[in-house]
Design a protein around this ligand. Sequence first.
Ligand SMILES: Cc1cc2nc3c(=O)[nH]c(=O)nc-3n(C[C@H](O)[C@H](O)[C@H](O)COP(=O)(O)OP(=O)(O)OC[C@H]3O[C@@H](n4cnc5c(N)ncnc54)[C@H](O)[C@@H]3O)c2cc1C
Ligand code: SF4
Length: 461
Amino acid sequence: MTNMIGCDVLVIGAGSGGLAAAKAAREHGAGSVVVLERNAYAGGILRQCIHDGFGLIRYGKILTGPEYAYKAYHEALRSGAEVLLGRHVANITPDRAVTLYSKGGIETYKAGAIVLATGCRERTRGAISIPGSRPAGIYTAGVAQRLINCQNILIGKRVVILGSGDIGMIMARRLKLEGISVVAVIEAMARPSGLARNVSQCLYDYGIPLYVNTTITEIIGKKRVEAVRIASVDERMKPIQGTESVLECDTLVLSVGLIPENEVALTCGVRVNDDNSVVTDDFLQTSVRGVFSCGNSRHIMDLADYVSEQGETAGGNAAKYILGQPLDAWDESRTSCMKKGFPDDNTVTCTICPSGCQIGWNRANDTFTGNRCPRGKLFARQEMTDPVRTVTTTVRIHNSNIETLVPVRSIKPVPKDEVINVVRSLNGICLDEMEDGDRIEVPLKCGGIAEMIADKEIKEC
Ligand SMILES: Cc1cc2nc3c(=O)[nH]c(=O)nc-3n(C[C@H](O)[C@H](O)[C@H](O)COP(=O)(O)OP(=O)(O)OC[C@H]3O[C@@H](n4cnc5c(N)ncnc54)[C@H](O)[C@@H]3O)c2cc1C
Ligand code: SF4
């Protein structure tokens, strides 16, 4: 029998939801707050999202996923929460005893309140039942993202992506930047399911074809994927006979949805919906009293910033629960406010803030439409005359026979047409070391240089 360790608030999962919950629980008066995380690092899924676009709401600036994770992690530590890594939670009882496995063996905690922040998992091919053989070369988008961004493994040479959610589109761009041919993104619905800004900046920027109202009817190949058969679908999502064609490829990436991860929540009897999302009241409390839920494990969310906000409400309420104080309601409208689907015709999608305004510019009389604030005018003018992008990628470091990847970003945006050149130049180099804040200069084809910086915030996380 192991000893029970007591704590006021126990948070399960150290992604953006769990880290924000821990900080808020401390700030609202919980004495001891412990976060249990099964990975050897904090930050959750953010650690593999090396592209930028995080943090606009929460930190007022555009960060990469690892930068956002670093900030959230250190905010939790500064608040006095304890973040324990390498702890896999296996069971929770309705009276909030939590059993975990770690290298040190089995431990049991007894918590005054619990916040579930266990994230989500990806739907796989099995979940969508595509007919055909079972060759190598089929990945989910998140696995492909981790292999490329964290392990420097190229997953194939010619890739088809099924699903136009944000992760699929972001991966389409990443693959293209890494020199992989992206044959097409296939979407069964009439419009892309991800954000309009990702359609613009991930697909349109790189000329990646998007086939809507289309599905994959067969995967062809024995040992390795050789091709996929596609067909148009009718309004009931059924393939239309006579519309089939074959796309040659060696890899299929599935980006077909996320499922809330709630295996451990179920052990204490928390009620879940058919889609595995958690049933909560307005205060993010589950059907088990004193157990709260936030982030993707409660309900799949678009932006890490909103996950953090929800984590704060859940963590704050967990503290209030044990202190016997009234709980705060979560504002469900905070879940997403950004435009999804195709960008409007003849507009640009402003990426300065999450509103994502669709801005049109009438050059003849220099007037703008669709921008909710003056900053949009400057953005639209620049985008339509001289578009620029911040480059985010990784650099290989070879140290003591161990090769690691360090995420880097350009200090200033570079001309859009130079992004591929900068990323591929960096792919070709391997450094012995890279100190915090070290810079690498990459010559631009148009003259000048792109200055890339490795942020200390990335390595320490
Ligand atoms: C592949 C992928 C890519 C994404 N890309 C973007 C993007 O580009 N931009 C964006 O804004 N959002 C993106 N998202 C959405 C992202 O999920 C949210 O933005 C947010 O970061 C999720 O935070 P979370 O805390 O809910 O979950 P996560 O970040 O997934 O954190 C959950 C944590 O719980 C831990 N955990 C789970 N079960 C246990 C257990 N039993 N014991 C201990 N620990 C456990 C996990 O190891 C993980 O660290 C992406 C999501 C996925 C899946
Ligand atoms: S125009 Fe203003 S409100 Fe609209 S997305 Fe740009 S910065 Fe945000």
